[in-house]
Design a protein around this ligand. Structure first.
Ligand SMILES: NC(=O)C1=CN([C@@H]2O[C@H](COP(=O)(O)OP(=O)(O)OC[C@H]3O[C@@H](n4cnc5c(N)ncnc54)[C@H](O)[C@@H]3O)[C@@H](O)[C@H]2O)[C@@H](O)CC1
Ligand SMILES: Nc1ncnc2c1ncn2[C@@H]1O[C@H](COP(=O)(O)OP(=O)(O)OP(=O)(O)O)[C@@H](O)[C@H]1O
Ligand SMILES: [Mg+2]
Length: 343
């Protein structure tokens, strides 16, 4: 942890926004529990008012905000109200990544999870789980239209897990048409390859969230004319250069920035770094981003999903140790979610 320099800016995390949608109208009990205070450490680094040097302060208001976006489970709702999510990804080489993202979206409480993938990946993904709706459209000649048919029904989109790096035109079109629908778009993995080459595709879109690992971040950072020697500052610079969309640099601490502040999520995970954890993260984030109750829902969703992923890693590791894999972490989503956000 960085030393505590000064208090967080007034109000701490993003401020409440008026005109909340009914789905998100529920506000969970305010205030984090003792456990959360111990485990969720949020540093607000570089508040905009003091751009010249590192400044940090503890702030757990954001935990209350994450709790407040958790929709209540009531008998008054119909299927779909708690989230219909689309995952764009899945090709011959990668079927696990879109599966992990899509199943994680369901496991955090989303109602329906759609995967848009290539034909040869579809049967494989379907056979992993009967809970997913799988559309074998990505390599069809009218892929954009096939996806667009579903867009009006989707509340959020995750672009990239197992998507492959070819066909920029298709991905650009899907992102452009999703932006036109004003839905949250989480971009991960091969979606970030596109953003590295064409930043304008998502630049300035306030409901966009980028979730690079260190390598993906380095590629993005080098593609834009910036230079900085420390991670926190780089994350904030890149977010600002991308038009203040939310950026999550995954790592030992997850660093989250909206271009004016950097939040750090240090929930204890484990030393186990198996592939697929980033897919769990972006899938769960896709659902958490569906809220309009707060001023910067993307930051809150990012923080919530980072905390959850790390907590799942911690719990799975306690059970399975070295043999922990992402499927074991997915089994922990329910208990981890309860522990973090429903207690
Ligand atoms: N089971 C599956 O189907 C999985 C498929 N995946 C997919 O695989 C494709 C390629 O993803 P990659 O993540 O391999 O992307 P890259 O091909 O850009 O590789 C990133 C590389 O960076 C390395 N790396 C990560 N963090 C690092 C750090 N801090 N320092 C140094 N090196 C670091 C990783 O070992 C990896 O080899 C994507 O489509 C992705 O979604 C992954 O999501 C993993 C699981
Ligand atoms: N060194 C670390 N210590 C603790 N947690 C970490 C560490 N690195 C990553 N994580 C956690 O794992 C999650 C996934 O990050 P990671 O860097 O593995 O993503 P990724 O490379 O995109 O994964 P994937 O294999 O799914 O593509 C992050 O949100 C973070 O919580
Ligand atoms: Mg990844």
């Amino acid at each position: 942890l960085l030393p505590r320099g000064r208090a967080a800016p007034a109000g701490g995390g993003p401020a409440p926004r008026s005109g909340a949608r009914p789905r998100a109208a529920h506000a969970a009990d305010a205030g984090a529990g003792v456990l959360l205070r111990q485990t969720l450490v949020i540093l607000v680094l570089y508040p905009q008012a003091v751009p010249s040097g590192p400044t940090s302060g503890m702030d757990d208001d954001i935990v209350s905000l994450v709790k407040s976006i958790v929709p209540p489970l009531t008998s008054k709702k119909h299927k779909g109200q708690d989230g219909r999510i689309g995952i764009i990804g899945g090709c011959k080489d990668y079927t696990g990544a879109p599966y992990f993202a899509a199943i994680s979206a369901l496991k955090v409480g989303g109602d329906l999870s759609h995967v848009f993938c290539t034909k040869d990946a579809a049967t494989v993904i379907k056979s992993y789980s009967p809970e997913l709706i799988v559309h074998p459209v990505l390599d069809s000649p009218n892929a954009v239209e096939e996806i667009e048919k579903w867009l009006p029904r989707l509340h959020g989109l995750v672009v990239g897990p197992g998507l492959g790096r070819e066909d920029f035109l298709l991905k650009t079109e899907v992102i452009e048409r999703s932006k036109a629908r004003d839905i949250p778009i989480v971009i991960d993995a091969d979606g970030l390859w596109l953003v590295t080459h064409q930043p304008a595709v998502i630049q300035g879109y306030q409901k966009g969230i980028l979730t690079p690992n260190f390598m993906e971040f380095t590629r993005l950072f080098e593609a834009l004319p910036m230079n900085s020697s420390d991670h926190q500052r780089s994350v904030m610079q890149l977010s600002a250069a991308m038009g203040n969309l939310t950026l999550v640099l995954k790592g030992e601490q997850d660093l989250i920035s909206d271009g004016s502040k950097v939040y750090s999520c240090s929930v204890e995970g484990s030393g186990r770094r198996c592939g697929g954890q980033g897919d769990l993260l972006c899938g769960s984030m896709g659902v958490m981003a569906i809220t309009e109750i707060i001023m910067n829902p993307s930051v809150v969703a990012a923080f919530g999903a980072c905390s959850l992923t790390r907590q799942c890693n911690n719990q799975a590791f306690q059970r399975h140790g070295r043999s922990t894999t992402t499927s074991d972490m997915i089994q922990e989503i329910g208990p981890a979610f309860r522990k973090l956000f429903e207690s």
